[in-house]
Design a protein around this ligand. Structure first.
Ligand SMILES: [Zn+2]
Ligand SMILES: [Zn+2]
Length: 187
């Protein structure tokens, strides 16, 4: 995804997708969660370091436990898997990852913040099943801005940006996620 487009006036807001990791300290599976939003200090659409609530993490853990308890052919398993937001490995591994996320979240003090400038003055996009990247209010006309989705294929990774567990940028990488082919999905 490289931009948000206003459905009313056509205004485009580019969004820079970068690869990011936390400093060493927890399992490597614990990585910064990115959400789209508006930064009131950058005055633009940005990727935000999303700090989930403990409840969100605990709910995901419960869903993974339920998934693990179901027979492999049960279609409910796939539904539960599709609701995962933090851990994507097989359930036994995912539960270990979630325990690490909960350990990190227990210690984490700062709320969600802008990856770019570190500001807490942010408005997260409203995310729904219909609009998984979220809906943003257009800065020009207050219309609805939606993501122009691009699938980025390839894995020419990467030298990621490294953040502290409180969301401070420690080291800026080249940020490349991929330099390979892009397919723009039809609307
Ligand atoms: Zn607009
Ligand atoms: Zn900012």
């Amino acid at each position: 995804m490289d931009s948000f487009e206003c459905q009313s006036c056509g205004h485009l807001e580019p969004v820079e997708s970068r690869s990011r990791v936390y400093e060493p300290g927890y399992s490597d599976e614990v990585s910064p969660t990115s959400r789209i939003g508006w930064c009131h200090d950058c005055s633009k659409v940005v990727q935000i370091e999303y700090v989930p609530s403990m409840q969100e993490l605990e709910e995901e853990m419960e869903r993974i436990k339920k998934e693990a308890s179901l027979p492999f052919k049960d279609p409910e398993r796939q539904k539960l898997f599709n609701q995962r937001r933090f851990a994507y490995l097989a359930p036994s591994w995912a539960l270990i990852t979630m325990a690490e996320y909960i350990r990190w979240r227990t210690a984490r003090k700062n709320p969600s913040r802008c990856f770019g400038c570190g500001s807490y003055r942010i408005t997260l996009a409203e995310v729904s099943d219909e609009h998984p990247f979220g809906v943003i209010s257009c800065p020009k006309c207050s219309g609805r801005m939606l993501a122009k989705v691009e699938l980025v294929i390839g894995s020419d990774r990467y030298d990621p940006d490294v953040y502290s567990f409180e969301g401070d940028l420690l080291k800026k990488g080249n940020g490349l996620i991929s330099i390979r082919t892009r397919w723009v999905l039809p609307p």
